[in-house]
Design a protein around this ligand. Structure first.
Ligand code: ZN
Length: 681
């Protein structure tokens, strides 16, 4: 039997992929790629774009095409056999990435092109791709002298161990704490949260209800439980996980891991010639320097702080007047906030659902995209599928198909939760043929029941637009070099621009007329409901901003200035940041840093600011549409040309400036969040 993963297909042969094919195919392709790479490097002493770059890109693309359906099916049609095959391949792929990423012969060959005569004849995208790859080689330590290269490897290895110990500790500490309670003690919780707590108790063989430190369990307690003592207990357990405080103080304590991580990150940065780890982190991002990011975050804080303090006073007044609360503690904030939100807005996501049937929303989304970018979307019914819910669409412009996407909307068993966009095929020149981009768009909406139509909440609508925004970045790319095509090669802190940007149309009357329509009457979303939605959108937005700024500033300063990296210095810095930007000061026992996995076990070290950074970009980009008309075709064309088509082929700031005519400013984000900027005027 031939292995379908080793064949070339325009679209994945899903129905013929068997778990037994996976490991043999991936092993074989990696082996072949390594041999082919060595053969190229051994066979030439001069390299050029065609004999080196295009050949390596083709090899890697064939591997990516084999892996893409496996990775997709693992997420959306999981089985025990497939998961085992998938997991067996992960170390192989990571070993291959390290092998090629640290291959000094390959580095020298690319360098020869970059420094040779051919370089001047390459186009901008090719030059950018080349400079990215050389940068990544240098950041992987390839250019270092042998002894330092060893040291680099030792630091990387130890840091990855520390990251995994950090998250193991957080996981163990999370699992170690539970609290058995009666249903009466949970008075105030919504029915779904209560059912969840009952089920948790049953699964543990206990009576009554069980609270755990999983988010869907503890959060409803803080937000709805009337018993303040229980809220405090849950808050304390959660806020002290994996630390030297709280109910499990000293067990799974991450203090020493944090210290060593910070120390080794500093050493690693030093080895590569950076003054600190934040500079190393920013070397691949849109932001220029730690000082620039710090000023950016502090500016947001200056602009929103007065309003955050006002929101905080309102909450305290409300708690006192309505509930006789003498003080609002950290474990009371969510509780009184929920009460205040209910009082003020009285709009539930369930009220919105009847106006957002999928059968109306999808054509609406496509109509928005057509008006903005002049491309039409049409469904393809005959294709090799993996599940009846999966649909295939193509993007058509001037009669020609320019891209395709799979859409898989509904939650079901064997499907990972959440929503995401992933590459299926990258747009690139494959020999003389143009390979079209293909995307996977996956959501987990409530499936239609029986003959009833699938109805979305407004949150789900926003999610769909968000992922479609990523999808358009991938599909409308104009690039033909894979590593800068679509979202490839786009700086980490700029990659959420097109996705958050498209969400804006979910809040515009003119767009909602296209997107919404009552599933029985066809009536669009009534203005009164939209007004309530718009008002509720910005509830406590300045307080939320303060909280995000606290995390981001702490992360940035920790990696740029925390020199005496002892546990106390970390805590001292956090306290200082809180005094500067927080409005709700957490209690002294709070150990946020000990479970801050984003920065100690994820990819966000000195990068947490990216969330706010991308929000500023998307809000400011959308502001041009507000100024020129949200369906202005020229503005749409400009966004497509400068942002979507250019992708990773040029520096993200250059692209933004090309679209906006100037560098980004923060005012549109503040305005969209309902934060008055009077003191800025
Ligand atoms: Zn996103």
């Amino acid at each position: 039997m031939p292995n379908p993963l080793l064949e070339q297909h325009e679209l994945p042969p899903f129905s013929r992929v068997s778990p037994a094919d996976v490991e043999p195919a991936i092993t074989r392709l990696i082996e072949r790629n390594k041999q082919a790479t060595e053969a190229i490097l051994g066979g030439h002493d001069r390299y050029n774009w065609d004999t080196l770059w295009r050949v390596i890109e083709q090899l890697d693309d064939e591997l990516a095409q084999a892996w893409s359906p496996v990775s997709h099916l693992n997420g959306v049609a999981n089985s025990e056999e497939l998961r085992a095959a998938y997991n067996a391949c992960l170390p192989l792929l990571s070993e291959y990435a390290t092998w090629s990423g640290q291959h000094s012969g390959l580095y020298e060959a690319y360098r020869q092109i970059a420094e040779g005569e051919e370089y001047a004849t390459l186009d901008g995208a090719q030059q950018k791709a080349l400079s990215n790859v050389l940068r990544d080689f240098r950041l992987a330590g390839v250019a270092l002298p042998e002894e330092q290269k060893q040291e680099y490897g030792r630091l990387r290895k130890r840091l990855s161990e520390l990251g995994s110990q950090f998250s193991d500790n957080v996981l163990d500490a999370t699992n170690a704490w539970t609290r058995q309670v009666s249903e009466e003690q949970l008075d105030g919780l919504p029915a779904t949260a209560l059912a969840n707590a009952r089920q948790a108790a049953q699964q543990a063989g206990l009576e009554g209800c069980l609270i755990t430190l999983e988010f869907p369990s503890w959060y409803p307690v803080l937000a709805y439980c009337k018993d303040a003592t229980l809220r405090e207990e849950v808050y304390r357990a959660n806020a002290t996980r994996a630390s030297n405080e709280g109910p499990h103080a000293g067990r799974w304590d991450n203090t020493a891991i944090i210290e060593e991580t910070l120390k080794l990150r500093r050493e690693l940065a030093g080895l590569l010639g950076f003054a600190n780890y934040a500079e190393l982190s920013l070397a691949t991002k849109m932001a220029d320097s730690p000082a620039q990011v710090r000023e950016f975050l502090e500016q947001l804080s200056r602009q929103s702080r007065a309003q955050a303090q006002r929101e905080w006073r309102e909450l305290q007044d409300f708690a006192r007047e309505e509930y006789g609360a003498g003080s609002v503690n950290a474990w009371d904030v969510s509780f009184y906030s929920e009460k205040l939100r209910e009082r003020r807005y009285q709009v539930s996501q369930e009220d919105i659902r009847p106006y957002l049937p999928v059968s109306r929303v999808l054509p609406g989304l496509f109509a928005v995209v057509e008006r903005l970018y002049g491309v039409t979307v049409r469904e393809v019914t005959d294709f090799d599928s993996y599940h009846p819910d999966a649909r295939l669409f193509e993007l058509v412009q001037a009669g020609a198909v320019i891209a395709r996407f799979y859409l898989d909307l509904y939650a079901r068993a064997q499907k990972r939760g959440g929503a995401w966009m992933d590459n299926c095929r990258d747009r690139r020149m494959a020999g003389a043929r143009l390979q079209l981009p293909v995307a996977y768009l996956v959501c987990n909406f409530t499936p239609p029941v029986g003959t009833a139509p699938a109805l979305l909440t407004h949150d789900e609508l926003t999610t769909l637009f968000h992922e479609f925004g990523h999808g358009l970045h991938h599909m409308l790319t104009g690039q033909t070099v894979a590593s800068v095509s679509g979202i490839n090669g786009v700086a980490w802190d700029a990659v959420e621009l097109p996705s958050q940007f498209l969400e804006n149309w979910c809040w515009e009357r003119e767009a909602l007329a296209l997107i919404s329509g009552h599933h029985e009457t066809g009536e669009p979303l009534p203005a009164t409901l939209l007004d309530k939605l718009l008002a509720a959108r910005n509830f406590q937005s300045a307080m939320q901003m303060a909280r995000q700024l606290e995390f981001a500033l702490f992360d940035l300063r920790l990696h740029s200035e925390c020199d005496a990296a002892t546990g106390t210095a970390v805590q001292t810095l956090l306290d200082e940041v809180r005094r500067e930007v927080a409005v709700v000061i957490p209690p002294a026992f709070n150990r946020l840093q000990h479970s801050f996995s984003h920065i100690f076990a994820g990819g966000y070290a000195a990068g947490y600011y990216s969330y706010k950074w991308a929000e500023v970009l998307s809000a400011d980009a959308f502001a041009r549409f507000e100024e020129e008309g949200i369906f202005n075709p020229q503005t749409g064309r400009d966004f497509r040309t400068h942002i979507l088509e250019a992708g990773g082929s040029r520096d993200a700031m250059e692209l933004f400036v090309a679209f906006r005519g100037r560098e980004p400013v923060i005012e549109p984000l503040l305005r969209h969040c309902g934060i008055a900027t009077a003191d800025a005027a």
